[in-house]
Design a protein around this ligand. Structure first.
Ligand code: SIN
Length: 548
């Protein structure tokens, strides 16, 4: 190609656990560029508290983990995919440990003298203790290990403050033949230059899209970028109606998005609500036999229902009386954060509300992360490979993020010969950016951003109806038209890129929710309250030809 672009064998977009694991695997055989919108550790992974679900206890088994995964997934998981991921867990975890990740041991918790005995956490939907954790900052511990390894690897080049705008595909360029992904246009936020990355494979690993909702546990980066880029490149997007709401986010004016890990309930925390005398009483027995540890979709809906029924602003987790020493060891982050909000969890019940947490849908892939578009892969929360079905089992996501890249690297190795041979060649033009600036541009962007997040929360949240979804659809349609107009006319910025991606992701969620004419797992529509047997395992697919 006669280009002044940057050439690498592989491009990875995103720097969470899935992205960096992919980079490390691919770097064994070629050069890799990792582009990430902000700093390398500004990712969903970094905030993950719970841990990694993995069968390492000899009283546990792959079949039991599989059974819990399939039950939580409400008959929408791909069983073969789930089995393969679960079975590959222990060897990936051992690799991670050998790279330096530390998981909390029973010794540290004062439960055993055997240093190698890991302390296993319990979370909603699991019938066994099987969550490896580093206190309650597991994601941060894993992220640090992966960053260190990537920085030491001479085949990996990391581009921070680089925001991918769009994938470059042969169809986008108007070339004939099969569609190939050739790389991506990427905005260097500091120099304001749009760079052309040309590669043999591109992997979308941008995490989820929690920021489309007003209340979310996700950091600001989670705008659905990978899903939106995949969609614009004609990849299929699957099951986006299954958006997981975490039941317990700290309800505090001080900090809106701090997660109170499900592991707190795993260690004995009980969900309670105030009765009309102002006393705290349990309520989960009315909803599920597993009570406070029922699968997440059930708990989030139960809380939503209780809050609407009573008009209260929050429910509570009661884990009082375990002792300061226990909390400092097991939940150091939560203990500290709550204290700074004026809540001593050893003495006070923790006020909590549900918030958007995890996108179970995404760019449709096979077990290897392959999207079906030549050269394009997706991993982690960006992807939908069938593992999570209609409701992800707690702490299965870090497992997936660590395991699937190993399958991906093998698939790339098998396909690379054919990609090299068949990939079309020609001139790839530079990104054409508008040069106009407008003083009210930022106001418009922020207004649209706020509006999307508000109506997504009100109309496309935990409980949906046809009318609410239709309202959301008509609003997003207008906003999307406005954004496209601005997008092409104005100088490109990170704000604009994120708004455009977020609006695309929001529209795909709405379209997917409108398509599913039943309630299942995380998708509840009061106009179709029943689960329909014939819709079991039927994926909702949105592709470019479908939406506006
Ligand atoms: C949590 O710690 O509750 C979150 C874990 C997860 O989302 O898997």
């Amino acid at each position: 190609m006669d280009n002044k672009g940057r050439f690498f064998d592989h491009l990875v977009i995103g720097s969470g656990a899935a992205g960096l694991s992919t980079a490390l695997r691919l770097a064994e055989k070629g050069t890799v560029a990792v582009v990430t919108k902000r700093e390398i550790d500004n990712t969903n992974t970094n905030y993950a508290q719970g841990g990694v679900a993995c069968v390492i206890d000899n009283k546990d088994s792959y079949n039991e983990h599989l059974k819990d995964t399939l039950y939580a997934g409400a008959n929408m998981c791909d069983e073969a995919v789930a089995r393969k991921i679960i079975m590959a867990g222990p060897s990936c975890i051992n690799e991670l440990i050998s790279m330096g990740t530390h998981f909390t041991t029973k010794g540290e918790m004062g439960e055993s003298k055997n240093k190698k005995d890991y302390h296993l956490g319990m979370e909603g939907g699991h019938k066994k203790r099987r969550i490896l954790h580093s206190g309650d900052i597991t994601g941060n511990e894993i992220q640090k290990t992966l960053i260190d390894a990537c920085k030491k690897n001479s085949n990996i080049q990391i581009f921070e403050n680089h925001a991918a705008i769009d994938l470059i595909t042969s169809w986008r360029l108007g070339w004939m033949g099969d569609n190939f992904c050739l790389g991506a246009y990427v905005l260097d936020i500091k120099s304001e230059e749009v760079k052309t990355f040309l590669t043999l494979t591109t992997t979308l690993a941008t995490g989820g899209a929690g920021k489309v909702y007003l209340f979310t546990s996700n950091p600001d980066v989670a705008c659905g970028g990978g899903i939106a880029m995949g969609y614009r490149a004609n990849a299929q997007i699957a099951n986006m109606e299954f958006f997981q709401f975490h039941p317990t986010i700290l309800y505090s004016p001080a900090r809106k998005n701090f997660l109170i890990s499900e592991a707190v309930r795993g260690e004995g925390g009980i969900l309670k609500i105030k009765n009309n005398k102002g006393n705290l009483v349990e309520f989960m027995h009315k909803y599920h036999e597993m009570q406070s540890l029922a699968p997440r979709d059930i708990v989030a809906r139960a809380i939503d229902n209780e809050l609407k029924r009573t008009g209260q602003e929050c429910v509570f987790i009661d884990i009082r009386g375990k002792g300061e020493a226990f909390f400092k060891l097991r939940f150091p982050g939560i203990y500290k954060e709550c204290l700074s909000a004026g809540i001593d969890i050893n003495k006070d019940p923790i006020p909590v509300v549900p918030a958007a947490h995890y996108c179970c849908g995404g760019v449709k892939t096979d077990i290897n992360g392959y999207t079906g578009l030549n050269g394009l892969y997706a991993v982690g929360e960006t992807a939908c490979n069938g593992f999570h079905g209609a409701n992800r089992l707690a702490s299965n996501s870090l497992l997936e993020a660590l395991v699937v890249p190993s399958f991906l690297a093998q698939d790339v190795e098998e396909k690379l010969g054919s990609i090299r041979e068949n990939r079309p060649t020609g001139h790839v033009p530079d990104w054409k950016t508008g040069s106009a600036t407008n003083s009210d541009e930022l106001v418009v962007i922020h207004h649209n951003w706020d509006e999307i997040r508000r109506f997504m929360w009100d109309y496309v949240g935990i409980c949906r109806t046809n009318k609410r979804l239709e309202r959301a659809k008509s609003r997003i349609r207008n906003i999307r038209k406005e954004i496209e107009k601005y997008y092409w006319d104005f100088f490109i910025t990170l704000d604009l890129i994120e708004l455009r991606d977020m609006s695309t992701a929001a529209e795909i969620i709405i379209d997917s929710a409108l398509q599913r004419k039943e309630s299942r797992g995380l998708h509840f529509n009061a106009d179709y309250p029943k689960t329909e047997k014939e819709l079991e395992l039927v994926n909702t697919i949105i592709s470019r030809s479908h939406a506006i």
